[in-house]
Design a protein around this ligand. Structure first.
Ligand code: F6P
Length: 364
């Protein structure tokens, strides 16, 4: 049932993830059914400033359900409220370019916007909503660290990819009687490492929420050896850190609102573990591999539900909200409750308790 809105814009912001195109498809198909025009905004929030926008016809929603990435492009560097620009001398300046946005949207006839993104994009979405724009957020991230929703789309696919990688590393570790440390993305939350670690039969799982003791990790490996286990798989979240120690930073990106990129804990831990335990140890960083390719059936369904829920909110005129999955039902939460926060794994989460019950060590 069409609401009052006749033309909507859609953009995908932040790091890409599987399922973005499935949401775009759902929005386009639902809009077509209801006589609403959809305009795609290119390259995340950058497109709002560049006026880089083009109509999405019915055909643009076809054959993209299984496609990874985003047909619209994305960016995690272009916060319009805090745009970072370099002058000729290389000096960095910050500008607020948000004032131009309502005008840019009006020019192409966009009356409401669907913004797919993580916490950075939801923070921008909330600010745009406070400027009086009609905004609906859709929660995306492999990290599953967004407040307000029990799950984000993209997470299930990343868990599956990481699990398959861990499955494959078991045989290598076994053949060579080694320890293999697999490092998995997830920023400051351990959802990805925890879920793939358990699904992949990891022996030791290290997540940011449970700072580990290097000695205990070494002891867990040696204890397995004493029990006759030839190998051990350690699954480590990129944000994991030893007790009293710091997360390992791979790089600082001055052009991104989220400047820190984590990475490298597995290498440090491998050197330490090998030196202390005498067991040959290798490290593998899965990196962006877990963000690529075809979404799982679960993520395709969740993305479709989210896209349709976004259109429902538009037709009801309920703006300033993010669609959400809560207790297995489609719901929505005010955008103001989402941005700038991280949903971490609770220390007493049932997966942690189950893992401990089957002998998985968290190095603590
Ligand atoms: O938020 C998704 C994510 O893949 C994190 O898990 C990771 O820390 C970060 O993005 C990597 O960012 P980039 O793609 O900028 O390297």
């Amino acid at each position: 049932m069409p609401g009052k809105v006749k033309c909507i814009g859609i953009l995908t912001g932040g790091g890409d993830c599987p399922g973005l195109n499935a949401v775009i498809r759902a929005v386009v198909k639902d809009a077509v059914q209801n006589g609403i025009q959809v305009i795609g905004i290119r390259d995340g929030c950058r497109g709002l400033g560049d006026k880089h926008m083009a109509a999405l016809g019915p055909g643009d929603g076809s054959n993209i359900l299984t496609l990874g990435g985003t047909i619209l492009g994305s960016s995690n560097k272009d916060n319009p409220f805090h745009l970072i620009e370099k002058d000729k001398s290389g000096k960095i300046h910050y500008h607020d370019r948000s004032r131009d946005i309502p005008k840019n949207l009006r020019r192409v006839g966009i009356e409401a916007m669907v913004i797919l993104g993580g916490d950075g994009s939801m923070t921008v979405a909330n600010k745009l909503s406070h400027m009086g724009l009609k905004i609906i957020g859709v929660p995306k991230t492999i990290d599953n660290d967004l407040m307000g929703t029990d799950q984000t789309f993209g997470h299930d696919t990343a868990v599956s990819i990481a699990t398959e990688a861990i499955d494959r590393l078991h045989t290598v570790a076994d053949s060579h009687h080694r320890v293999i440390i697999v490092e998995i993305m997830g920023r400051y939350a351990g959802w990805l490492a925890l879920r793939s670690g358990i699904a992949g039969g990891g022996d030791i799982i290290l997540i940011p929420e449970i700072p580990y003791d290097e000695k205990k990790v070494g002891e867990a490996v040696l204890e397995r050896r004493r029990k006759g286990k030839k190998s051990s798989i350690v699954v480590v979240a990129e944000g994991a850190h030893p007790k009293g120690g710091k997360m390992v930073v791979d790089r600082i990106n001055p052009f991104s609102a989220e400047r820190i990129r984590l990475g490298g804990i597995s290498r440090q831990l491998a050197h330490h573990l090998e030196a202390k335990s005498g067991v040959e140890t290798r490290s593998v960083i899965l990196g962006h591999v877990v963000r690529g390719g075809t979404p799982t059936a679960f993520d395709r369904n969740l993305a479709t539900l989210f896209g349709v829920q976004a259109m429902n909110l538009i037709s009801k005129g309920q703006f300033g909200r993010m669609v959400a999955l809560r207790n297995n039902r489609m719901s929505s939460v005010p955008l103001v409750q989402v941005g700038g926060k991280t949903r971490k794994v609770p220390a007493n989460h049932e997966l942690i308790r189950a893992a401990k019950s089957i002998g998985v060590s968290f190095g603590a």
